[in-house]
Design a protein around this ligand. Structure first.
Ligand code: 13P
Length: 282
């Protein structure tokens, strides 16, 4: 279990991206860990506040992930990362043992975002935890909450990076959480400019539903971490639906949850290949 600093530095140097897959329960964590291990890819396990609550809290998630890494004999680097945290939940996740956090103060003014992000960085620094922050606003729908996309401004991204000392930056540049209504309009020029001027590894949220060519282009413009949630949910749900439609008499929850494994692992494998993170675990 590691923080994401070195992984993302290597990804930036090597022109590839590390996958961030959101987890929802023990089985999902297991499927993701097994498939990343199989492909020798580092992995970032993203946990939203809602998912942490669903699983019983940050301590439960931390203990479960560490126990799975140990008993499944996972050899690849694994980052346990709070996705879209607040000042309070970032501290809570760090105290529970998470190795990385994202402070999302993007709905506040730039000054407030800088202040809150800076506070999380100070808390994380001595504890060897990586910190991601958001500028602009990704928007779309996640955990049942829907809001609007606001593109990041280059000057704001530079200020947030310089004045806080974050390790990674998620600028909103046209991607949204959840399924897209129409084509995503990514601003690659601005992505490149923010990458050059901040010199930070960039994160692309809302990684589901963006076509492969755009993802490759985003990586060439500085994206080093791609966040994927909805796509795995959809693949898993497809597998489960097929299984349940085939059999009226099944009721064992282990069989039902497992029926989404094959499709989910296939989607994970394809993302690893697309991002170029296969065999990048050292
Ligand atoms: P998607 O659900 O669109 O894949 O987005 C995931 C994400 O950005 C998590 O932070």
């Amino acid at each position: 279990m590691v923080n994401s600093k070195e992984l993302l530095k290597q990804a930036k140097l090597g022109n590839y991206a590390i996958p961030h897959f959101n987890i929802n329960n023990l089985e999902w964590t297991r499927f993701i860990l097994e498939e990343c291990n199989e492909n020798n890819s580092p992995v970032i396990l993203g946990v939203s506040e809602g998912a942490a609550k669903y699983m019983g809290g940050y301590k439960v998630v931390n203990d479960m992930v560490r126990a799975l890494v140990d008993s499944l004999k996972i050899k690849v680097p694994v980052v346990l990362h709070l996705d879209h945290g607040s000042l309070e939940t970032c501290k809570e996740a760090i105290d529970a043992g998470f190795t990385s956090v994202m402070i999302d103060a993007s709905k506040y003014s730039l000054e407030e975002n800088i202040q809150m992000t800076g506070e999380v960085v100070s808390y994380a620094k001595g504890r060897n935890i990586s910190v991601e922050a958001e500028i602009g606003h990704v928007g779309g729908e996640e955990d049942g909450i829907a809001d609007e996309l606001a593109y990041a401004k280059v000057e704001d991204a530079i200020r947030l990076a310089l004045e806080t000392g974050i390790d990674t930056l998620a600028p909103a540049l046209g991607s949204v959480h959840g399924p897209y209504k129409g084509e995503p309009k990514l601003d690659f020029e601005r992505m490149k400019e923010i990458s050059l001027k901040t010199d930070l590894p960039l994160v692309l949220h809302g990684g589901s539903g963006i076509d492969d060519e755009k993802i490759k282009k985003a990586i060439s413009c500085g994206i080093c971490k791609l966040n994927i949630n909805t796509e795995l949910q959809m693949e898993w749900a497809k597998g489960v639906r097929e299984f349940l439609n085939e059999s009226d008499s099944v009721y064992d929850p282990r069989k039902i949850i497992k029926s989404g494994e094959k499709r989910m692992k296939e989607a994970i494998r394809m993302k690893i290949e697309l991002l170029g993170s296969k065999d990048k675990a050292v």
